[in-house]
Design a protein around this ligand. Structure first.
Ligand SMILES: [Zn+2]
Length: 383
């Protein structure tokens, strides 16, 4: 795993695309290219120290543009420890936020050390396009260019020139493929590919008007965020000894020795669903469609910095602002992490499960092959 880059974007593939297609305005697409103005060469793959990005509003921005950019900043400020801070005079490294109506969006990748830009234009002067561009500023590449993307999308009927290259040096932090990523192009359009999972109908900004749950997880990991952003979802097939000792206890099961833990798995429906992790069998049990589903691939929730996460009794029919987002449906609805006591044959198990953002009065748990829909449950929050 590369230590200093979350993604390396396939610059060359995009340069080729640019040369053959030219710019297309008013599409959700954008193109990346390295800055090479004068003597400054592109110096890629550098993080912003402490996750603090210095920015400047360019004079090309309208008042409405500034509002959209501020909304994009808020996405990062709410979901990650990344902070966008206005540049002080003389500070060398900064992102100039600009309008360029020749493109939908374009940005330099990572921190270049000098002037760099994040631009949107045409009908793309929206907060979600700016979230995407600023994702590039923070070193994120395109989800549909991941090395493993062929397992999830394909490009039938697309001209060869329209098929983006895979980023073989792309460090995806062992994360699940995320159709809902703001860094994923819209699907059913060549550059975004066609999902192999035919249950998945939408990708990228069509799903999430901002950072997806997994986008935020990846940024928080890449920038080593602390506090309430310090929890980490780890691929449970690849748990290190340190990961195992940091697993967040989720409950107990009379038929399982030791605690059970919190996990999330990619369900065949396309949902990423929080559930209960059995460490002995490396299985994530989730509830979906009235049944329990055993998933052999997914993440376990860890608390490596020992921050105070706790379970609180359902506070009413709303999601507390400090609740931990565990997953999402394929339509982009956030799934929070709950737990409840399930009594079966006189035995009581405490089982983690899912809470739908749009139906916070209920939670769903799976146990012993069945799904339980309950109104009395706890929700995982950060104190
Ligand atoms: Zn992009």
């Amino acid at each position: 795993m590369s230590s200093n880059s979350l993604y390396l974007v396939a610059i060359i593939a995009f340069a080729n695309f640019l040369s053959t297609q030219g710019y297309i305005c008013n599409t959700p697409d954008e193109w990346l290219f390295p800055t090479n103005n004068g003597t400054r060469s592109f110096r890629p793959w550098t993080k912003w120290p402490g996750g603090v990005v210095k920015y400047e509003f360019h004079s090309s921005l309208s008042a409405n543009d500034r509002t959209e950019v501020q909304k994009a900043f808020n996405e990062y400020h709410q979901k990650t420890c990344i902070r966008f801070v206005a540049r002080s005079p003389g500070e060398a490294a900064y992102v100039s936020i600009e309008v360029d109506n020749e493109v939908c969006g374009v940005a330099n990748l990572c921190r270049t050390g000098g002037y760099q830009f994040a631009r949107f234009g045409g009908s793309c002067r929206t907060s979600n396009v700016m979230v995407h561009e600023l994702g590039h500023s923070l070193c994120m590449g395109h989800e549909q260019s991941r090395p493993d993307r062929d397992n999830f999308i394909h490009f039938p009927g697309c001209a060869a020139n329209d098929i983006p290259g895979k980023d073989t040096s792309n460090d995806v932090l062992n994360s699940m493929y995320d159709f809902a990523s703001q860094m994923h192009y819209q699907c059913y359009w060549c550059l975004g590919g066609y999902p192999r999972n035919t249950n998945v109908e939408k990708c990228g900004s069509d799903v999430t008007p901002g950072l997806s749950v997994l986008d935020a997880n990846k940024l928080n990991e890449y920038y080593d965020c602390g506090g309430c952003h310090s929890y980490r979802f780890r691929n449970f097939q690849l748990l290190s000894a340190a990961d195992r000792s940091a697993l967040l206890p989720g409950g107990s099961d009379p038929y399982v020795s030791g605690p059970t833990y919190v996990c999330r798995g990619l369900h065949p429906s396309g949902d990423i669903i929080p559930g209960v992790f059995n460490i002995h069998s490396s299985t994530c049990y989730v509830s979906y469609g009235n049944v329990e589903v055993a998933l052999k691939a997914g993440d376990a929730l860890t608390n490596p910095k020992g921050v105070g996460f706790s379970w609180v009794q359902r506070p009413g029919t709303y999601i507390p602002s400090n609740a931990i987002a565990g997953g999402r449906t394929r339509q982009g609805e956030t799934l929070y992490i709950g737990r409840s006591q399930i009594s079966v044959n006189g035995q009581i198990a405490t089982v983690p499960g899912k809470i739908h953002a749009n139906f916070p009065g209920y939670a769903y748990f799976s146990y012993n092959g069945k799904e339980y829909k309950v109104t009395s449950f706890e929700i995982l929050v950060c104190n």
